[in-house]
Design a protein around this ligand. Structure first.
Ligand code: HEC
Ligand code: HEC
Length: 336
């Protein structure tokens, strides 16, 4: 409660950098749990990744197969971490932190192994990484907690928050990543890391053209109203793309450029292929349909500043439709 009040006042009164410093100071003074200060300091941004180099003649990192899973304690950790990544909504520990209808592997295809679909083996060797933007060394622990916060909308989950720093769940998920990255060089932006970038077409994008593409090529799986498909007992068949069960307004996928890059080489599922870098849509179509998906409401940005204009000013100066007009209303209301 005390911390919440401080967050509120410091949010309103001080500029971004000062606000964070003030918050961390206040938190360390008043809250004995050391993790709290770190939580608020580090979960403030989803960073756009720099584009990875093209694959050379040796191709992509040769990640191990399931038949190479080790036995013993390490094998158990890898198995549990992989399960948390692929079936996040079912994993006994991870599910407590999922506040929507997503699994991690929905956006990291091939169980987190597919090149050009932000594979875990491409991410592993990059962290910890110093970032000038938040003047801070970013760890993998924080990166994963950030994904829970935004892509999995942890605020709406049973736990109401991402996993605790240094928790067994985060250790297991990192054991999985470490295992997948065996033999890959550390600290290098490997070919296949992240998603491909697709440059914005010269004439921009069109939400209404995007709508036609969506209806013809996407709605069959993701549903006309973007809510995805679930079994009667709530298991996911196809992930939601907007609405209350989708990624929230703070997730990387709400940026039009980021979703266009993902869609171009990953969707429609079965037609595009990220590993072969095979696309089913043109750049223009990828941008149009990305804009259409992201022109709908979704859970509020957890960094909500009390009004849309301030939230936009502080967190949405990139390519997105937060606090913009679409379908007759101003986006950014949230779905709660
Ligand atoms: C044949 C079914 C199918 C079709 C058609 C399809 N998708 Fe998907 N889509 C999926 C599945 C399944 C996933 C999750 C992938 C996984 O878990 O391996 C997914 C994931 C996504 C995601 C990741 C984001 C999230 O919130 O989960 C986006 C964005 C997306 N699809 C957009 C599209 C677009 C745009 C089209 C049309 C151009 C499309 N999809 C067509 C099945 C489909
Ligand atoms: C709705 C789609 C979506 C979901 C669900 C999702 N992610 Fe991501 N993830 C992204 C995007 C997009 C990026 C690229 C960063 C950006 O552009 O914001 C990313 C980046 C990452 C990275 C860094 C990759 C790199 O090379 O630096 C890691 C690690 C990661 N995600 C792990 C996870 C984990 C773990 C989960 C589940 C708890 C998860 N993601 C769920 C979309 C998603």
């Amino acid at each position: 409660m005390i911390l919440e009040a401080i967050v509120k006042t410091t949010n309103q009164q001080t500029p971004r950098y000062g606000r964070r410093t003030a918050l961390v100071l206040a938190a360390t003074l008043l809250v004995p749990a050391a993790g709290m200060a770190q939580q608020d300091e580090t979960l403030t941004e989803q960073v756009e990744l720099e584009e990875a180099p093209e694959a050379g003649s040796e191709g992509y990192h040769d990640y191990p197969g399931m038949d190479e899973l080790p036995d013993g304690e390490f094998g158990e950790a890898v198995r549990s971490g992989m399960e948390a990544f692929v079936n996040t909504r079912q994993h006994p520990e991870a599910r407590r932190h999922v506040g929507n209808g997503q699994n991690c592997a929905n956006c990291h295809l091939g169980s987190g192994m597919a090149a050009n679909s932000a594979p875990v083996w491409g991410a592993w060797g990059i962290y910890p990484k110093y970032r000038g933007k938040n003047d801070h060394v970013n760890t993998m622990d924080e990166r994963i907690r950030g994904c829970f916060t935004y892509s999995m909308n942890a605020k709406g989950s049973e736990a109401g928050a991402p996993p605790e720093p240094d928790s067994q769940l985060l250790k297991d998920m990192q054991s999985f990543m470490f295992w997948a990255a065996q033999g890959a060089p550390i600290g290098e932006n490997l070919p296949g890391r992240g998603y491909r970038s697709v440059e914005e077409p010269e004439d921009g994008y069109s939400i209404s053209r995007g709508e036609s593409i969506y209806e013809a090529q996407c709605a069959i799986c993701h549903a006309e109203d973007g809510s995805g498909k679930f079994t009667a007992d709530g298991e996911q068949i196809f992930p939601p793309l907007w609405g209350e069960k989708a990624y929230n307004w703070g997730a990387g996928m709400h940026r039009i450029n980021t979703a266009a890059g993902f869609i171009k080489y990953n969707m429609p599922l079965g037609k595009a292929n990220p590993v072969e870098k095979h696309a089913a849509l043109s750049d223009q179509e990828a941008w149009d349909v990305s804009a259409y998906i992201n022109s709908h409401e979704r859970p509020q940005d957890p960094r909500w500043e009390g009004d849309k204009a301030t939230t936009e000013e502080n967190w949405h100066t990139h390519k997105c439709l937060y606090n913009h007009e679409a379908h007759g209303h101003t986006l950014g209301e949230g779905t709660e």
